[in-house]
Design a protein around this ligand. Structure first.
Ligand code: 5AD
Ligand code: SF4
Length: 425
């Protein structure tokens, strides 16, 4: 099983490697393992993360050779815009290709509910995705290593006050799980996620990062707010990505739902982490109480301003025994519209279909991928722990073996003409 296609370095321009994939040239930063011209490598998130022995690379490329072009042409066919939409809406959509939309126009798009206009929106976003990103879809693995959290976010099922069964994976367990994800299942990028759990001291985190980044992967941390000093040390130990959502750009809502926390501080941390060199994945929740369409647009615009490599946003799913357990769940179309509008506004970033969206119904993952998204995550947490990471109920894939989740995802991607790859910048 393979989640990234090896490419051959054909040129080096300082720290930038030019990598060839079946004649397509992509750029990736080559300061992590310093590969040389002629060598085969894996690139993830624009970074060369591992060398691949020539024989193994040729075997994999042989497997991909025909499939690569077949999938590409299927994706191209599937991403043509076929629907017309109403003239007024068509005008809005056409405007996105020529100039910037005003905020008012963006809100209008988020409010759209006419069937043909929605189709036009999704098809256009999918078409932009195809033109700017090709058919590659990155598939990261995620390990949820602790459900302890010191915070009390109103929406979250693992908040401090939730009376749930808690777990922490030992350093050894985390490293073993990561090894299995890389060696057995072929992941080239992993996210290590937990609540804000200071039982994992800086020293423990450093050990985890050193051991896991050695596996030749792009390692993302999703551990909440830690000091910049700690994050800097973790970067030097081999972590290269941070997944940290700002949750909402509305200061009032933030203050109410995240007691004791500051939106300004969180945003400033995200910016500083980017300046430190981290690849950023960030975003927000959709459907928080008090949120309007204008807030959603502001959330998209703030995400763009933070210049992330990847947008990560999803519906808030009411969780039992939290202050929001009786709050109304958002409509799936609102999430799809948010994906599509994000794609119209930011053509270059990756957009993730989150597990929360997948949880809404069994078609949601496919629809997300057909509305402008081009990234997925597969949960590789050991099952006995995965069930306990209950930030919200009935999470998609939380009861399935990893093999089964992978097969389902790969089958879906192939049926859409997508290749589970990450082809660099
Ligand atoms: N529904 C959906 N997502 C949630 N998160 C927390 N609680 C919920 C919920 N009830 C998200 C937050 C956090 C991420 C790890 O999980 O956005 O950043
Ligand atoms: Fe903790 Fe994150 Fe849940 Fe907030 S959303 S309670 S910080 S795990």
């Amino acid at each position: 099983m393979c989640y990234a296609i090896p490419g051959k370095i054909v040129e080096l321009q300082g720290k930038i490697a030019i990598i060839d994939y079946f004649g397509e040239k992509r750029k990736a930063i080559n300061d992590f393992i310093e590969a040389r011209i002629g060598e085969y490598v894996y690139a993830q998130g624009g970074l060369v993360v591992a060398k691949v022995p020539k024989k193994k690379a040729e075997e994999i490329l042989n497997f991909w050779k025909n499939r690569f072009f077949e999938l590409k042409s299927l994706d191209k066919r599937m991403s043509e815009v076929k629907v017309k939409g109403s003239p007024k809406f068509l005008y809005l959509i056409e405007k996105t290709t020529k100039s910037e939309l005003t905020k008012k126009e963006m809100i209008e798009i988020i409010k759209t509910n006419r069937e043909n206009d929605l189709k036009l929106l999704f098809e256009t976003a999918n078409n932009i995705r195809q033109r700017f990103h090709g058919n590659s879809c990155c598939v990261h693995g995620i390990i949820e290593f602790s459900n302890y959290c010191e915070n009390n976010c109103f929406y979250c099922g693992i908040r401090k006050d939730s009376k749930i069964k808690r777990y922490r994976m030992s350093i050894k367990e985390i490293v073993e799980t990561a090894k299995e994800a890389v060696k057995k299942y072929g992941f080239k990028s992993l996210v290590l996620q937990s609540g804000e759990d200071f039982w994992y001291t800086e020293e423990k985190l450093l050990r985890i990062v050193k051991e896991t980044s050695k596996l030749g992967i792009l390692l993302f941390l999703s551990i909440g707010e830690r000091s910049e000093k700690t994050y800097e040390k973790l970067y030097n130990a081999g972590a290269r990505g941070v997944l940290l959502r700002f949750e909402t750009s509305n200061e009032k809502i933030f203050k109410k739902l995240r007691p004791g926390k500051s939106l300004k501080k969180r945003i400033s941390l995200i910016k500083n982490l980017r300046n430190m060199g981290y690849i950023i994945a960030t975003g927000f929740l959709i459907g928080l109480p008090g949120e309007s369409e204008k807030d959603i647009v502001n959330n998209i615009l703030l995400t763009k301003k933070l210049k992330p490599e990847m947008y990560s946003f999803g519906p808030m799913i009411p969780a039992k025994n939290t202050p929001l357990e009786n709050h109304k769940q958002v409509d799936k179309n609102l999430v799809l519209k948010t994906i599509a509008l994000s794609r119209l506004i930011d053509k270059k970033a990756k957009i993730l279909v989150t597990t929360a969206l997948e949880t809404l119904d069994k078609n949601a993952k496919k629809q997300g991928l057909l509305s402008g998204a081009n990234s997925l995550m597969i949960n590789v947490t050991p099952l006995k722990y995965r069930r306990l990471y209950g930030i919200y109920p009935n999470r998609a894939g939380s009861d399935k073996e990893i093999d089964e989740n992978i097969k389902e995802t790969v089958d879906l991607l192939y049926s859409l003409g997508r290749a589970p790859t990450d082809l660099g910048l």
